[in-house]
Design a protein around this ligand. Structure first.
Ligand SMILES: Nc1ncnc2c1ncn2[C@@H]1O[C@H](COP(=O)(O)OP(=O)(O)O)[C@@H](O)[C@H]1O
Ligand SMILES: [Mg+2]
Length: 365
């Protein structure tokens, strides 16, 4: 079943924390809500689950309306056919693995035989059948999270919701569990909404990502879309590392002017209408060259004069801070340059994107 959210509004007292957002998740699709702490991700998820009552808008799961407060419709959570995994695993210490996993079915008053069958099915999917009689204290953190996953998928829900399920796991385990969650969701073929503030998690797991800020959607796209072609400064900054050059309109749509007067050829395709613009560059899209003439190359590449200002050795590459075009650019290079080196900074117009800079004054108004 699909999930359809239309103009969802949620208020706490006087504060509107979800400001009329809309999106759809197709059956089999994995969608992430990505954004900084406090932007409304959890609230959105809990409104879909029915753990919070929305104040406005319509939420449908499949063809069924589960939330439409203006029409007086608010279906309780256990009737929404969802499975949910929380950040804190929220498994009960006094129950065995099997009892924990079977709990959602027990409250739906399934027969003992049916519960046993469904628990066996869910534990099989997460590879935990052999531990069904253990108690949580006898399990590692990763195994406890698997119990939480099994409990979410028991009874084969139509929709899966995840709220930062990996943040309590150590780095190594987190990577493995990412793959596990994706495998599980593909196997069940259900729509999934995954909440995270971790851009790497969102990029690596999702079919599509929604970037949120202050209860609003800033951009929706595939991971590659958001990373390579962000449409505004917030998304460019939040998703991956980036440098920004203030630019003014130039002689044509794809040539803009840096503060020091340097013309920069770029891709202006995605930028939203705004009062101010910047050119965005990813650190790996820039080449550092020791010497040669500046200017635009016959192949169209931008070549600017720069000076190495600082560097950090990272192993696979060195991150340089390079002063160029009246600003400081982050550049990843495998070559060695000392501090104070004069260099040329080269990048393709297709890797340099015009982004809208939100007017802070206009936003506050
Ligand atoms: N029960 C609540 N009462 C009042 N304010 C809340 C409540 N839950 C969340 N908020 C506020 O709503 C905003 C969004 O919270 P949340 O959805 O948890 O953000 P996120 O999951 O993106 O970090 C925050 O400003 C938070 O402080
Ligand atoms: Mg949250």
């Amino acid at each position: 079943m699909s999930i359809n959210v239309q103009n969802l509004v949620k208020r706490y007292g006087q504060v509107t924390v979800v400001q009329g957002i809309s999106f759809q998740v197709a059956k089999g699709e994995f969608l992430s809500l990505l954004g900084p702490s406090g932007c409304g991700k959890t609230t959105t998820l809990r409104c879909i689950a029915g753990l919070e009552n929305a104040d406005g808008g319509v939420i449908k799961i499949g063809d069924g309306v589960v939330s439409a407060p203006e029409q007086g419709v608010l279906i309780p959570p256990h009737e929404r056919q969802i499975g949910m995994v929380f950040q804190s695993y929220a498994i009960w210490p006094h129950m065995s693995v099997a009892q924990n996993v079977g709990f959602p079915l027990a409250i739906r008053k399934a027969s003992t035989a049916e519960v046993a069958r469904q628990v066996d099915d869910a534990l099989g999917i997460v590879g935990m059948r052999h531990l069904k009689d253990r108690h949580p204290s006898q399990l590692s953190g990763g195994q406890q999270q698997r119990v939480a996953l099994a409990r979410a998928i028991v009874g084969r829900p139509k929709v899966l919701l995840f709220d930062e399920p990996l943040s309590n796991l150590d780095a190594k385990l987190r990577e493995g569990t990412r793959l596990e969650i994706r495998r599980l969701q593909r196997e069940l073929g259900v729509a999934a909404v995954y909440v995270t503030h971790d851009q790497e998690e969102a990029l690596s797991m999702s079919d599509r990502v929604i970037v949120m800020e202050a209860g609003r959607i800033m951009q929706t796209g595939t991971p590659k879309d958001l990373y390579r072609r962000p449409s505004n400064r917030f998304v460019a900054d939040f998703v991956g590392r980036a440098s920004f050059i203030d630019v003014q309109k130039g002689p044509d749509a794809n040539t803009w002017i840096a503060p020091d007067g340097t013309p920069i050829r770029l891709d202006s395709g995605r930028a939203e209408a705004a009062a101010h613009y910047q050119a965005m560059l990813r650190p790996e899209a820039i080449d550092l060259i020791a010497a040669g003439p500046e200017g635009m190359r016959p192949n169209g590449a931008n070549v600017l004069k720069g000076r190495v200002y600082d560097s950090q050795y990272m192993g696979a590459h060195t991150e340089y801070l390079v002063n160029a075009a009246g600003t400081t650019l982050k550049v990843h290079s495998t070559q060695d340059f000392g501090p104070g080196s004069d260099v040329l900074v080269s990048f393709d117009p297709v890797d340099c994107h015009l982004v809208a800079v939100e007017d802070q004054a206009a936003k506050a108004a």
